[in-house]
Design a protein around this ligand. Structure first.
Ligand code: CS2
Ligand code: MG
Length: 404
């Protein structure tokens, strides 16, 4: 069973948007893939992998998944942060993929086997105004989706998180500098209850509605918003205030019973330890790619399980189909899974990363291919070079920088 890693390659490509993919090949000829995409910081993680991690992996036994994780985390002294943790995450995914292929089993089987028949996902409905949002919600319902995140434009603001002209929402804009947008918390907080009134009226009580405030509010504004939307029975309110200030969530928690979801910007278990242990949130949203891969994410979700918190991982277009596969395999085998985000991809992304996982009628399935069950189309990747692209920057109406 012993084998050794012979080749480590980093592929940066932009099939509609940038993705960083790690390909690890063993002496036995087994190929493992990992996603290392950090939106707007793609080249840093590519360099971290190529210049600093790849040389350390040559000759290593790929079966030593946990030891490799510890070596890349503890063994290099500098730790944490999105670049480091996405790089470790990509290696970890690739090694689980290799183990699955070597043993001819899907990764979910290696994680303990199925605990559910399918993985419910939530999709992203949006519109510049309420009628357009309602049309989008109807389309999602027609696809059989029952967990729907709703995002709408705000009167007086010309750009807002979650809404775009393109049918596939993609927040990163191509160009050498981030675009800028202005945000008015008052206008947003006054508008959201109107939006949710209309959506609830359309869908009735059974559809699970979610909403992302995307870190824009102060703790007291977040508390007020959570309270003001209580009657709409949200499945969750996401990122209601910036996540670094873990204590701020106590204020929100004390003000309302709206379920809270946080953590797409977290990278380690220590970033969410207090929120979980003090039961200040209901769903932890770490993405498998940005939180050190399958091995570390399992620990986060196990800590969450002990404290009655569920997993609800990040799954936007900037998490590649490889990392999404890792999340789906974990979801199939993890009891305390709430829901998986699945924003969907443009057709070219599905072609660039052919995958065994599937999405239909609001459910994801991992498929039964060995490993993670994702491949790459090298022709597409090699003809889609990296393009500089950044997430926008937000400012308040007086021009001061605000969390985007
Ligand atoms: C988001 C993302 O999917 C989500 O919940 O908050 O759209 C996020 O803005 C991007 O992934 C940032 O890269
Ligand atoms: Mg979000």
């Amino acid at each position: 069973m012993a084998d050794r890693i012979e080749r480590v390659e980093v592929l940066v490509a932009s099939p509609t948007r940038n993705y960083v993919t790690l390909r690890v090949t063993t002496a036995d000829g087994i190929v493992g893939l990992g996603d290392a995409t950090v939106n707007g910081r793609e080249l840093s993680v590519a360099s971290y992998l190529r210049d600093h991690v790849a040389p350390l992996l040559i000759g290593v036994d790929p079966n030593r998944i946990e030891d490799t994780w510890q070596y890349l985390y503890r063994g290099v002294y500098w730790r944490r942060g999105p670049v480091t943790m996405a790089a470790i995450g990509a290696v970890d995914m690739a090694l689980w993929d290799i183990l699955g292929k070597r043993t001819n089993q899907p990764v979910y089987q290696l994680l303990g086997g199925r605990v559910r028949d399918g993985i419910p996902y939530y999709s992203h409905a949006f519109g510049w105004d309420i009628p357009a949002l309602l049309d989008s919600v109807r389309e999602h319902q027609e696809r059989g989706e029952t967990f729907i995140r709703v995002q709408s434009g705000v009167p007086g603001l010309d750009k807002v998180y979650g809404v775009s002209k393109d049918p596939n929402y993609e927040p990163a804009g191509r160009g050498a500098r981030p675009s800028e947008e202005h945000f008015d918390p008052g206008a947003y907080m006054r508008h959201l209850p109107k939006v949710l009134t209309a959506v609830r009226e359309l869908v009735g009580p059974d559809v699970k509605l979610l909403h992302d405030a995307h870190h824009r509010l102060t703790p007291i504004q977040g508390a007020r918003l959570a309270k003001s939307v209580e009657e709409f029975d949200l499945f969750w309110l996401e990122d209601v205030t910036p996540a670094e200030d873990q204590d701020a969530f106590r204020l929100v928690r004390n003000a309302s019973t709206t379920p809270l979801a946080v953590g797409e910007v977290f990278n380690t278990i220590w970033d969410c330890q207090r929120l979980i242990e003090e039961r200040l949130i209901d769903y932890v949203r770490t993405a498998v790619v940005h939180a050190g891969g399958i091995s570390h994410s399992r620990k986060i979700f196990a800590l969450a399980e002990v404290h009655g918190v569920k997993a609800g991982p990040h799954g936007p277009s900037d998490v590649s189909p490889i990392a999404l596969a890792a999340s789906i395999h974990m979801a199939a085998a993890t009891h305390n899974w709430g829901v998986q985000e699945y924003m969907g991809y443009p057709a070219l992304v599905h072609e660039a990363f052919p995958h065994a996982w599937s999405a239909s009628d609001g459910m994801l399935q991992p498929g039964d291919a060995p490993g993670l069950g994702v491949d790459i189309d090298e022709d597409i990747l090699s003809t889609s070079p990296y393009v500089p692209a950044y997430l926008p920057t937000a400012r308040t109406l007086d021009g001061a920088v605000l969390d985007w």
